[in-house]
Design a protein around this ligand. Structure first.
Ligand code: PMP
Length: 442
């Protein structure tokens, strides 16, 4: 048989090659992502990875047992679709818990929506609330996805940095020493402001915003009729008896706030990707529109297991054997352990009040990393790359959590994650001790 040749007409070959851009304009300027590069570097070079934020210890048994029961149990409908806006047992228990925390009656069907991790909750918020020309205030340093998400919705991010003030007595800094300047914050609000993103406890600093700071934000939101997207994924991870205050509980804020949470952080199961939003129906109805027209639905079995996890926690609420109580106690010890290791080698950790992250000042290490003249890569980024390649220790540069214009103002810090097994923290300490010896030996 003769071979069938592809038609060689010039018009067809022209059509086969697309010459116009394939990507939508909304992707312009948001194609780079810090995690892709640093996760790859950590996978290639690190012996100890304190970079990306995830626990390397297992979730609590009661959660994994619940998941095993869901998978092997008789309720085969748990393998099928469930309610689009949240599996009923999960929205019911979330409404019960947050109702108790906020001191108001919540309707599971209209005041709670389950999402694919906190990530999708954030995406739904920006898509549902932000129009072309709207401004969204972002407090720096910020969880990096806020900026591209605002831009993809057509909005303009407006950045306001927390200002560090070193304690006078020569003590180590705390995340509480990083403040919002009230006049600077007020100057960012205008009639174009649609929303502010608040992340308390804050990733990467670990700052837990005080009541005074939250009142300042709340007053400005009310004055300018702005929304508050309140990312509270680390709500249970607070230390030294510090209190996590929910901005939605302040005067005038419930009606304009969406609270975002994550089972990934709450139950040390980041891979489960179960998150939620809690708020008034007047806001959540628009999140439901986004959700039903994008992912529609989150994995039923995961939602059921998370619901059972919360059921267990509600029964143990505030008691010493509550997972939330135990986890923060354990993490506080891990935090203190990493602080000691870093101080020993000459880094200056900023003691976090919450989250499982710790930011350390690396100014003393300037001579370790060769200078690259005329490089526009922030110093901390070059340092973090050098450290993983030469010491096997992975961390994330703090400048990754700032907008382009501010990166070089905050380029002498790196972020570590301390939600790690004893053995991992010990291995990090060994690397740091060896490094210290190399630095001090002639
Ligand atoms: N917000 C913040 C502040 C985070 O740190 C993270 C995860 N690193 C998320 C949201 C996303 O959470 P999830 O894994 O539940 O999507």
């Amino acid at each position: 048989l003769p071979l069938v040749k592809a038609p060689s007409s010039p018009s067809l070959s022209l059509q086969a090659k697309m010459s116009r851009p394939v990507q939508a304009r909304r992707l312009e300027g948001v194609d780079k992502n810090i995690w892709v590069e640093f996760v790859k570097l950590a996978a290639t070079y690190s012996t100890v990875n304190l970079g990306q934020g995830f626990p390397d210890f297992p979730p609590p048994d009661f959660l994994t047992d619940a998941f095993a029961r869901v998978l092997s149990g008789e309720e085969h409908m748990l393998h099928q679709y469930t309610r689009a806006f949240g599996h009923p047992p999960l929205v019911k228990i979330l409404a019960q818990l947050f109702g108790k925390l906020l001191g108001r009656d919540l309707d599971p069907m209209t005041n709670v929506m389950v999402t694919v991790g906190a990530y999708q909750a954030l995406f739904c918020c920006f898509q549902a609330f932000v129009d072309e020309g709207d401004e969204v205030i972002i407090i720096e340093p910020f969880f990096d996805c806020y900026e591209p998400m605002v831009k993809m919705a057509g909005g303009t991010p407006v950045f306001v940095p927390l200002r560090p003030k070193a304690p006078k007595d020569g003590k180590l800094m705390s995340s509480a020493d990083w403040h919002l300047d009230p006049a600077e914050l007020a100057s960012k609000f205008s009639e174009r402001t649609k929303a502010i993103v608040l992340n308390s406890p804050n990733n990467p600093l670990g700052k837990v915003f005080s009541r005074g700071e939250l009142e300042l934000i709340a007053d400005l939101c009310v004055k300018h009729d702005a929304l508050c997207i309140s990312d509270e994924v680390y709500e249970w991870l607070v230390y030294d008896g510090k209190e996590h205050i929910r901005i939605a509980s302040l005067q005038g804020m419930w009606d304009r706030t969406v609270i975002i949470g994550s089972a990934g952080k709450t139950f040390s199961a980041t891979g489960w990707k179960v998150g939620w939003t809690v708020g008034p129906n007047r806001l959540l109805q628009h999140l439901r529109t986004m959700h039903q027209n994008s992912v529609y639905h989150c994995a039923t079995a995961m939602q059921e297991a998370v619901a059972q996890g919360f059921q267990r926690e509600l029964e143990h609420y505030g008691k010493p054997d509550s997972y939330f109580v135990q986890l923060s106690k354990e993490l506080q010890q891990k935090r203190d352990q990493l602080v000691q290791s870093l101080v020993a080698v000459g880094m200056k950790p900023i003691i976090p009040e919450g989250t499982y992250f710790l930011v350390a000042d690396i100014s003393e290490f300037k001579s370790d990393v060769p200078d690259v003249p005329n490089s526009d890569e922030p110093y901390d980024s070059r340092f973090a790359k050098w450290m993983v390649k030469n010491k096997g220790l992975a961390a994330i540069p703090l400048s990754a959590f700032y907008c382009g214009a501010h990166k070089n103002n905050y380029n002498r810090f790196i972020r570590f994650c301390f939600a790690k097994e004893e053995a991992t923290l010990k291995a990090a300490d060994d690397i740091l001790q060896k490094w210290k010896l190399e630095k001090t030996s002639p």
